[in-house]
Design a protein around this ligand. Structure first.
Ligand SMILES: [Zn+2]
Ligand SMILES: [Zn+2]
Length: 247
């Protein structure tokens, strides 16, 4: 996880033969720095997979698109709206939501999530192989108002789940920066996932195959690590670890 929050989202997936980013929510400069800190150059990145067109997921595209080594993946609607927004072409590899395809050694599944973007999606990435202890599959679902049953199925079928845990209900209610209509949007069916929704989901499905769960897109103003940790205590014993992604 390079970083996740309302100011930017970017995940890094490294397999035997591919290095890919999920979303490009930080400036190219910042992305380069974050990759550099892990000993990876932008020239080593093979692809970027976009979830939806909101600023905190695509900020880096303007400059990243100039890197010829990178293939940009998005569904048809998202690619179209981004081209319109930017006014320049990006060398997209376009797919339809729901498509399953391969990229190098990755098997990629896309699925729709309820969020107020044109065609927002989550992803499942998986690789073959049977190296004991390694993570072979990942479900990525940030930016969703609730967890529909098809997304829940994907979420439970992987070694690593990245799931949004955006806000705490009380802290959101107390927040003074956001006008009521913005709070309604956040709480809505096409907004963001609250701590309780994410953590209850983990609690309910904790017997699954997870090796690790990462709580992502945590609001800086309307959430706190302390509150999240308190809720996590209620899950009890698990065979997997739960991390909180940094902004
Ligand atoms: Zn969004
Ligand atoms: Zn977002």
């Amino acid at each position: 996880m390079l970083g996740s929050g309302s100011s930017g989202n970017c995940g890094l997936v490294i397999t035997k033969s591919s290095t890919v980013l999920i979303d490009a929510g930080f400036s190219c400069k910042r992305t380069k720095e974050m990759l550099g800190a892990r000993g990876i150059s932008l020239e080593a990145v093979d692809a970027v997979f976009i979830t939806h067109e909101h600023h905190d997921h695509i900020q880096g595209l303007r400059v990243l698109r100039k890197y010829e080594n990178i293939t940009f993946f998005a569904n048809k609607n998202t690619a179209a709206i981004l081209e319109k927004k930017f006014g320049f072409e990006i060398n997209w590899q376009v797919f339809e939501t729901g498509d399953i395809f391969t990229f190098k050694d990755l098997r990629v599944t896309s699925f729709s999530v309820p969020h107020d973007a044109i065609d927002p999606i989550g992803y499942v990435f998986s690789v073959d192989g049977n190296v004991e202890g390694t993570i072979k599959s990942l479900a990525w679902m940030t930016d969703l108002g609730y967890i529909p049953s098809h997304a829940a199925e994907y979420a439970c079928s992987v070694d690593l789940l990245v799931i949004e845990s955006n806000y705490d209900n009380k802290l959101l209610a107390m927040d003074r920066k956001r006008p009521p209509y913005v709070k309604e949007r956040i709480r809505g069916m096409c907004g963001h996932l609250a701590n309780e929704e994410a953590i209850n989901f983990i609690k309910k499905n904790k017997s699954g195959q997870w090796k690790k769960v990462i709580l992502a897109h945590v609001s800086v103003d309307c959430n706190s690590e302390y509150v999240i940790r308190k809720l996590l205590e209620e899950i009890g014993e698990t065979s997997f670890s739960v991390d909180i992604a940094r902004p």
